[in-house]
Design a protein. Structure first.
Length: 460
């Protein structure tokens, strides 16, 4: 799906905000967006878009940020004590490999993405609303057409400058891309609904900060039609993928200086499936956690770094599902290297859910409990002039399946040329390359996408 346009270093900084699955450091004066919250185990990469739980392991780097309007768009419409930011993005796309297969089949598509942000403009407390949709329509393979949407609300109540409580809720309808091994056999993309709520408490004690919070998330997958080898139409039962995830914990930081803050954090992660056992007879409930130490380094308008390392684990109820204990690490970097050049980097390692199964030569059915995803990306944003912006990125991820002899390596790169027609119109020409090299050769694919789009950030 083509993202919205990113046209400033500030947007890149938002795009690279650390979503490590740990307890994120929070500026006590800022409301976090619903997709970057304490105790959350994200399943999307660093791009800042509303996450799509259960995606393919390789998370594409996207240059936009659909959770906040960019600085170039900040000429809002005043609505009482709120600021309104409407936006419409339209794209034409050519996709060289619509179905993510060895034998590539290409098609054209149009994409329309309206969005609106309504943000409070108060000196104390905050209340923000967000809504957006994505309509994708293919020229030939209309079975791949999708309609995604999401709405969100978040707020913060300030007791004083050093103490606040915050929370939010998000509901949306999304689709799962075909590169996910859990979504290969359906004759159309798998649709799912996501609900997520979070809440937390923040307190600054002189140089020590304490943040306590938790997140609840529920995923509801629709059944997907498919055709058997004999030509018989059937449904893939996705009900046994429906699940809730409960995360929460505490983060304690110590401010050595206004620029440097080391911290420790603990986040527990419990996953509960609606149907037990699943169709294969597996009990997929699990308990886990992440135990980390890190440091934040912030040089205003120059450098923003958050790096951590530690340990994570996920223990599954079913003895046939492999439990996981492995090092955890991650980092998020945004560096204003030159006046017009911003460089960014993102590193993360997470344990993600999957229901992938395999039948052994003996006839026994085995299943992966999860996959350990290690992800790295670097990007650059260069403003040639006031009207021209160049963007580029490269990424790599390794998905190692726990309980199956399978490893998937994803490689990607892309770039954009953006031209500002006026304060209310931007043109974007983008290219994205995606390559899966799997230990299961039949799963390999190469995908190339070209986008030509125009964005209208409506303002006064």
């Amino acid at each position: 799906m083509k993202p919205r346009l990113s046209l400033s270093a500030a947007a890149v900084m938002a795009a690279c905000a650390l979503a490590s699955g740990a307890l994120l450091a929070q500026d006590k004066s800022i409301v976090t967006t619903p997709d970057r919250e304490i105790g959350e185990t994200p399943t999307q990469g660093p791009e800042g878009l509303p996450p799509r739980p259960g995606p393919a392991p390789g998370r594409a780097v996207r240059p936009g940020d659909a959770s906040q309007p960019s600085d170039d768009q900040r000429k809002p419409i005043q609505v009482g004590s709120f600021l309104l930011y409407p936006e419409l993005v339209a794209n034409w796309m050519y996709d060289s490999n619509v179905f993510y297969t060895n034998r590539a089949i290409g098609d054209h598509a149009t994409l329309f993405s309206p969005a609106v942000w309504l943000q409070s403009n108060w000196s104390q407390h905050a209340l923000n609303f967000y809504g957006s949709a994505d309509f994708t329509n293919y020229s030939t393979y209309t079975v791949e057409d999708t309609t995604d949407w999401r709405v969100a609300v978040e707020g913060r109540y300030d007791f004083n400058t050093d103490t606040n409580v915050y929370g939010g809720y998000r509901h949306g309808r999304e689709h799962q891309d075909r590169e996910s091994p859990d979504n290969r056999n359906g004759i159309k993309p798998t649709i799912y609904y996501q609900d997520r709520a979070y809440a937390g408490f923040f307190k600054q004690f002189d140089k020590i900060s304490v943040r306590i919070g938790g997140t609840w998330q529920h995923l509801d997958y629709e059944d997907t039609p498919f055709i058997t080898t004999t030509g018989t139409p059937r449904l893939i039962n996705n009900d046994d993928r429906d699940r809730s995830q409960y995360t929460g914990g505490v983060r304690v930081g110590y401010e050595i200086s206004p620029r440097i803050e080391p911290y420790v954090q603990v986040a527990l992660d419990n996953r509960r499936y609606d149907n037990q056992p699943d169709d294969g007879g597996f009990y997929r409930n699990s308990n886990g956690g992440r135990y980390l130490a890190g440091v934040r380094w912030n040089v205003p308008k120059k450098l923003k770094l958050d790096a951590f390392a530690g340990y994570m684990n996920q223990n599954y109820d079913d003895a046939r599902l492999q439990s996981v204990s492995t090092p955890a690490f991650g980092a998020s970097l945004v560096w204003a290297a030159l006046t017009n050049l911003t460089l960014s980097g993102y590193l993360d390692r997470t344990i993600e859910e999957t229901t992938l199964t395999q039948t052994l030569p003996s006839g026994d059915l085995v299943s992966a409990s999860s996959y350990t995803n290690s992800y790295l990306s670097v990007g650059a944003n260069y403003r040639l002039t006031g009207n021209w912006v160049l963007q580029g990125n490269v990424s790599y991820s390794e998905a190692k399946y726990n309980g199956l002899p399978r490893t998937d390596d994803y490689y990607g790169f892309g770039g954009s040329v953006i031209y500002k027609l006026s304060k209310n119109a931007y043109i974007d020409l983008s290219y994205a390359y995606r390559n899966l090299h799997s230990s299961v050769p039949t799963e390999n694919f190469i995908k190339r996408q070209t986008f030509l789009g125009i964005a209208f950030p409506i303002s006064n």
